[in-house]
Design a protein around this ligand. Sequence first.
Ligand code: NAD
Length: 484
Amino acid sequence: MQNSEQKLSTTQPLDSLIGGKWISNAKKIDVTNPVDGSTLAQVSTASIDDCLAAVDAAQNAFASWKATAPRARAEILRKSFEIMIAEQESLARLITLENGKVLSDARAEVAYAAEFFRWFSEEAVRIDGDYRRAPSGANWLMVSRQPVGVALLATPWNFPAAMATRKIGPALAAGCTVVLKPASETPLTALAIAEIMQRAGVPDGVVNVVVPSPSGPAVSAMLKSDRVRKLSFTGSTQVGALLLAQAAEKIINCTMELGGNAPFIVFEDADLAAAIDGAMLAKMRNGGAACTAANRFFVHEKIYDAFADGLTARMNALVLGDGLDAKTTVGPLVSKSQQQQVAKLVEQAKSFGAKVACGGNASTDGSFGYFPTVLTDVSFDAPILQTEIFGPVAPLVRFKDSDDILAHANNVEHGLVSYVYTRDLGRGMRVAESLESGMVGLNRGLVSDPAAPFGGVKQSGLGREGAHDGLLAFLETKYVAGNW
Ligand code: NAD
């Protein structure tokens, strides 16, 4: 792979943002370009003291931000949205450079990410309350909402812009101040968004960004600080469980957006072309590195061969390469370890009897790429079905008994999203109701929408982001019992 025009913008921030100031640190971490493993940039590592200073800065800014008129908070979010859209191309390039995803996916991410700022600028002025007479008739129940307080936001590398704005947007709309800790693989996008927010007029200390390395001790120190009142985490179930335990010590309010293992069910009456289009979207958005990625394809035997052939043809036609190259339709994975993990899962699936219809190997040109892969004849008990693949691999399972398939779909510890293809809407709705997942795509391969409540059940998380629910996650309910 040729590494094309990969210079960062000269205004790209590389330091921590604490209390409105960019704080440099002699200790740096390398940000790697997944296309060739080269170092893209060096970012200041935030020490534990820096992280605690960021929490202090957020605490100091909280009272005045909370008191800032909702309309004024909304205008800053709206302005941030407008700048992100105006600078969509340069932000998209930045995402591709540090994450590897193709430019078209990166452009879509910027649009999606910016939309969280627009949506929550509109929600900021719709924080409701309640005023009722008590059932006894003797007094009054008054309910209002107040910002939770300082929020610690931790985000993964797979959507470096959208996972940040999906948290910053509602937090600021609610009146909370934040410390954002992006994934160390992809900190540049988060820093660029923070700089955009400064230009949009966000007051000092309202948005702070730190990149500690390692993450664990710094996040623990912030959670123990007595000043963090909210933890909003997106990442793996494993790390989420660890942080929930830590947050328990100070009874910190938590929202957890964790791993997925989405079933993609194709019934015999499905519109085949639509199902294949949906499968490509559900599997290949972000090169398969999405929590919403279809991970287990259950296809009815009557339509299985046609579906497998169609999907294989589409996957085979994808061009693996440098995400900045216009010919490329799938970029490399984010890291060597991610590439190795995907390769290991495919080898293991083969040893359990799966056949490789296309792909099945890692690129050998020094990139972290893995060729789009379709595995057929995967058995119901294959371990790959119990693991979040997080790469461009589609395991296809043939099923006969439609009544039985729901139990297989629900037979995992995760429950983020499920996909169902059928022309029988009644069946589709019944299956959607019974699937153990927070979201269902019914004849749709994409569910994400800033106006919709995003989140999972079981070990996929707690709480919702986006929609009005996303705002409520940063608000406390205050009840005043009145009598006069
Ligand atoms: P990860 O759990 O390794 O990391 C997530 C964040 O936690 C990063 O900022 C990381 O630096 C930090 N972190 C890692 N170890 C930590 C520790 N010991 N203490 C404190 N912080 C720590 O996840 P990832 O590999 O970056 O992202 C992939 C995972 O994220 C997948 O499981 C995916 O499904 C999930 N994800 C979920 C959603 C969702 O909305 N449900 C969205 C995107 C990604």
